[in-house]
Structure formats: structure tokens, C-alpha cells
Design a protein around this ligand. Structure first.
Ligand code: ZN
Length: 286
């Protein structure tokens, strides 16, 4: 064991993704002394104002600036030590004109984009990388790119023949995908809410779940984030333009989430160290 601090790198598409997927995990590892860094691919320029309280003159024109500030506030709460912006433009929803913008992440040159991520991995030397799965059922172009290029960067960062000018090779030990959207989790939260007489926001989703084409990811690791559930809500609320406090995000109170589903879920995709599933620590085996 070297005295290098352990490092966790989370790769996300837009400001606010870091607070809706795996934020409790980042906060917990940060608390345990792990260096937590975030790579955010785009500025979220295409984000609508989704919180009526923020629908005021002057906000929409300054969206990238405001979303960067929201991201910083959320990351301060979660204990993220450094935010890397890849600097691409938000591609917007599937098959919208913004996809064709020359600086959109969707349109980026793969070599350039993977090279940028590789350079960050080699500079930060994370043992663990968190990224996205194939995004079946959601299919946001930027999320698909995070999936493709995140996995490539994981594999190529350790290969000295690839991107020789991007720093000394570093092979991260484990690659996980967020496994946040599972029918099992939503069913448990839905039933717990119903039992408490709370109107569950998930009834409609669950009714249509099988037709929507969401493929449940395989959960191989569950991180207990019970102590970080409130912080997670605060981080999400920091994205004031994007997150309506009266929306489904907060329909199930923190204390029910804590009691019924205190975990954040992951799928282990690649590992250079021996592992045993199920895991309850992303650094297990390292
Ligand atoms: Zn996103």
C-alpha cells in the first residue's frame, strides 16, 4: 500500500446528474477521507427552468453560468474536492437540433473527448471510476456518450501507447455503472409511501415500467448511505433552476428512504482486483 490517498472519480453528463445518482456515495467516501473528484461533460445549456420559483427574467440567458454555480454549491455540500469541466455543450434531448451544434458532446471528436478524460484519470489516479450504463429507456445523447467514452477512458488510461502526451499511464482498478433506476427500488419506495398514506409519485412509472423498455441493471454493489440521505436532498436542491422542491424528487420523505432503501446501487463492470459479489464497498479488493 502506498500512502497515496484513495481517489474516487465520478463521470457525469450534466450539472445535477451528480446529485441524482450516487451523491450519497460521494459524500460518504469524502467523509471517510477518500479524495472525490467529478468530471462533468457539459454545461447543461439546454436545461429548461424546471422550478417555477426560478422562472424569472435574466435566468435563462445566464443558464451555463448559473448551472456551474449550482454544481459548485452541490459539490461543496457533498465533499467533492475538484470539479473538471470537459467544456462541451449540452446536446439536448434525443433528435433535437442542439445535437448538431458543433460543440455538442454528442458531436465531439471521440479521440479528443476520450483523450481529455484519460488526461484527468492520469492526473488524479483514481482507483475507482463511476460512469453510466447504456441508458436504455432514457437515451439522452450526452448520457450515451458518457457511457461510451467513460468506459474507453477507463481502459485506455493505463495504456502508454494511447495518448502519450496526456500524462503517465494509470490503470484504475474498478469501473462501476450507476444502477439507480431499478424497478425493485421504486417498488419498495412506492409501497412504503403507500403504507404511510403518502401519495407515491411512482405509481404511473411502475404501471408502465415494463413497456417503457427500462432494462433493470444488475446490482452487484450496494453502498449504505443512510447517514447522507438529507445531504443528498440538499445537494439536489442546490440545483435550483432544475429541481422543483415540490416535485417527485422529494415526494418520498428522507426518513422513509433511510428506513426502506438506504443504499445506492452499482454494477461492477470491470475489475483488475479479485472481487466477491455482492459488495458493500466500492474499494473492496483494492
Ligand atoms: Zn443528465
Amino acid at each position: 500500500m502506498s500512502d497515496k490517498r484513495r481517489t474516487l472519480l465520478a463521470f457525469h453528463a450534466h450539472p445535477d446528474d451528480e446529485s441524482s445518482k450516487g451523491s450519497g456515495t460521494m459524500a460518504r467516501y469524502a467523509d471517510e477521507g477518500v479524495r472525490v473528484v467529478l468530471v462533468c461533460a457539459t454545461g447543461g445549456e439546454e436545461g429548461e427552468i424546471l422550478n417555477p420559483r426560478m422562472d424569472r427574467p435574466g435566468i435563462k440567458d445566464r443558464m451555463p453560468e448559473i448551472r456551474a454555480a449550482e454544481l459548485e454549491t452541490a459539490c461543496d455540500l457533498l465533499g467533492v474536492e475538484r470539479i473538471y469541466h470537459l467544456g462541451y455543450r449540452d446536446s439536448g434531448m434525443p433528435k433535437t437540433p442542439s445535437n448538431d451544434h458543433p460543440n455538442s458532446f454528442w458531436n465531439a471528436d471521440p479521440e479528443e473527448a476520450v483523450g481529455k478524460i484519460v488526461e484527468i484519470i492520469r492526473a488524479e489516479r483514481p482507483e475507482v471510476i463511476l460512469s453510466y450504463d447504456e441508458s436504455k429507456g432514457y437515451e439522452h445523447p450526452d448520457h450515451i456518450r458518457v457511457h461510451e467514452w467513460g468506459a474507453r477512458a477507463f481502459r485506455e488510461a493505463g495504456d502508454g501507447e494511447r495518448f502519450p502526451d496526456a500524462g503517465a499511464p494509470w490503470q484504475p482498478s474498478k469501473l462501476y455503472y450507476f444502477a439507480t433506476f431499478t424497478k425493485a427500488r421504486f417498488t419498495m419506495l412506492h409501497e412504503a409511501a403507500a403504507a404511510e398514506g403518502i401519495e407515491s409519485p411512482f405509481a404511473g412509472w411502475l404501471d408502465q415500467w415494463d413497456q417503457m423498455g427500462f432494462e433493470d441493471p444488475k446490482v452487484t454493489a450496494q453502498i449504505d448511505v443512510a447517514d447522507y440521505v438529507e445531504l443528498r436532498s440538499k445537494a439536489l436542491l442546490a440545483h435550483a433552476t432544475q429541481i422543483d422542491p415540490d416535485s417527485f424528487w422529494f415526494a418520498i420523505p428522507d426518513d422513509i428512504q433511510k428506513k426502506v432503501y438506504p443504499w445506492e446501487d452499482y454494477t461492477l463492470i470491470e475489475s483488475t482486483v479479485p472481487t466477491e459479489e455482492p459488495e458493500d464497498d466500492l474499494f473492496a479488493g483494492i
